[in-house]
Design a protein around this ligand. Structure first.
Ligand code: GLU
Length: 468
């Protein structure tokens, strides 16, 4: 292990979305850096010039920001470092650790076929040629990788993974157009950024062996490897669109809180006993990359919903109110300034049942509706002459009620039912319909408190124009 302060990094390629697997990788890097008092960095692997638009890069930054995983230094952009990558290749050439490969495309194709037929990897005849033989034509630069023996990737998650060198061809470092290849760029950047721990998806495990050769060619210290298992859908298959969501922004749009995502994602592949809920501080205190399990993790929506509900119940009401207002705005419902306090008052009364911010928003629609409310047909039947008379009597009691709080109003409603000699079921549904206009609403007393006294009485009056 490098004898330096820990430096981790996330190295996303901008594709237009930020995959939830990238979010989890970022989280584990962040947790490990925080746990060890080290640094967490970000490198944007933007060498694919077509996909790496400014917008695609912004998606990554937005995703990281939303998740609360901000890096400790300014982002590094890989494409801008191409000269440095070429410089390192030059050094390798000078050291005899790399060579110019002048195979033409036709020769390479023929060698590929021969290699396939003989069950071996591609070998270039230029590996051992003298520089004096160099023809005047375009060349690629290849690493002079060891051809015998083995390369060990001592992975913190996967264990000791052994690669036979005879199965690894001489990696191309620079293409014939002079552009650095992916594996080269990753190693040079990780080295220059001082990365001590490479924590990333296990689709890069094979690259670790090849990258090890580049480190060795430069006499650079090989970082600690940790390759994380994929996140699968609930059915155990690779996470895809049909599982509901893949992109971080989709989880945001579906009303998950970032702290819930951090907590839940930490549980995908890592955990602290059976603890379902833990704070960032606890996770930072407990997290060790060695404890990540190597089997794929499965996304479990019920568990995520459970965790999200926990954080919705814990969150500051003002923050939830602003988020819920955003959800309403997204649906075309503008919350008037006068209704903001009403929204904030409603949230504590309805949030216990909300698994997402969307559900929380649904549960607050009833207070935002403008009078007079039109009852859905189904509920108009609740307003019989009998129930209207009863609601009118209840309205008078409510009008006299000073303490507008849940326990007092519950007592009032119970007392009223007694005095009428009926169960609450005889008038409760009608009252609820009148107060909510058929939208979801909490218990009667909760709905009354959320609406406030004036609005509650006004809604009752609207529904009972002629009731004495
Ligand atoms: N850019 C790579 C990816 O998005 C990550 C490479 C790495 O972490 O080394 O999969």
């Amino acid at each position: 292990m490098p004898d330096r302060p820990v430096v981790t990094r996330i190295a996303p390629s901008p594709t237009g979305m930020m995959h939830i697997g990238t979010a989890r990788t970022a989280l584990f890097n962040w947790l490990y850096a925080r746990h060890t008092g080290g640094k967490f960095l970000i490198r944007v692997e933007d060498t694919d010039r077509e996909r790496s638009t400014a917008e695609a890069v912004q998606v990554i930054f937005d995703g990281m920001k939303w998740l609360g995983l901000e890096p400790d230094e300014e982002p590094v952009f890989q494409f801008a470092r191409a000269d440095r990558h070429r410089e390192v290749v030059q050094t390798m050439l000078e050291r005899g650790a790399a060579y110019r490969d002048f195979m033409t495309p036709e020769e390479l194709e023929a060698e590929r076929e021969a290699a396939r037929a003989e069950g071996r990897v591609v070998r270039s005849p230029w590996r051992d040629s003298s520089p004096n033989d160099a023809p005047d034509r375009p060349f690629a630069v290849r690493l002079k990788a060891p051809q015998t023996g083995e390369t060990v990737v001592d992975d913190q998650v996967k264990g000791r993974v052994v690669f036979q060198n005879e199965h690894l061809d001489d990696l191309i470092l620079l293409r014939t157009d002079g552009n650095p290849t992916y594996n080269l760029a990753v190693v040079v950047d990780d080295h220059d950024m001082g990365v001590t721990h490479v924590i990333r998806g296990d689709d890069h495990l094979n690259n670790a062996a090849r990258q090890t050769h580049i480190y060795q060619a430069m006499d650079w210290e090989v970082p600690v490897w940790a390759h994380l298992p994929m996140i699968h859908g609930p059915d155990g298959k690779k996470l895809s669109k049909r599982h509901g969501a893949q992109a971080v922004s989709e989880f945001d749009d579906m009303g998950y809180l970032p702290e819930a995502m951090r907590n839940y994602l930490a549980k995908l592949g890592w955990g602290h006993g059976d603890d379902e809920i833990f704070s960032d501080e606890q996770a930072i205190g407990w997290f060790d990359i060695k404890d990540v399990v190597s089997a794929p993790a499965r996304l479990d929506w019920d568990k995520l919903n459970h965790v999200n509900n926990h954080y919705i119940r814990q969150a500051e009401v003002d923050r939830l109110a602003a988020l819920v207002e955003g959800v309403h705005a997204g649906r075309g419902l503008k919350v008037r300034a006068a209704l903001r306090p009403v929204l904030a008052r409603t949230i504590p009364l309805v949030r216990d049942g909300a698994k997402t911010l969307l559900e929380l928003a649904d549960a607050t629609v009833f207070v935002l509706r403008e009078r007079p409310l039109e009852l859905p047909e189904k509920q108009q039947g609740l307003l019989t002459d009998e129930s209207r008379g009863r609601l009118a009597r209840l309205r008078d009691r409510l009008a006299d009620q000073a303490a507008w709080e849940v326990p007092a109003l519950e007592a009032l409603i119970r007392g009223f039912a007694e005095s009428e000699g009926v169960g609450i079921g005889k008038f409760g549904p009608a009252l609820r319909a009148v107060l909510s206009g058929g939208s979801p609403a909490p218990d009667l007393a909760g709905a009354l408190v959320a609406l406030g006294k004036d609005e509650s009485l006004a809604r009752l009056n609207d529904a009972l124009p002629n009731a004495a």
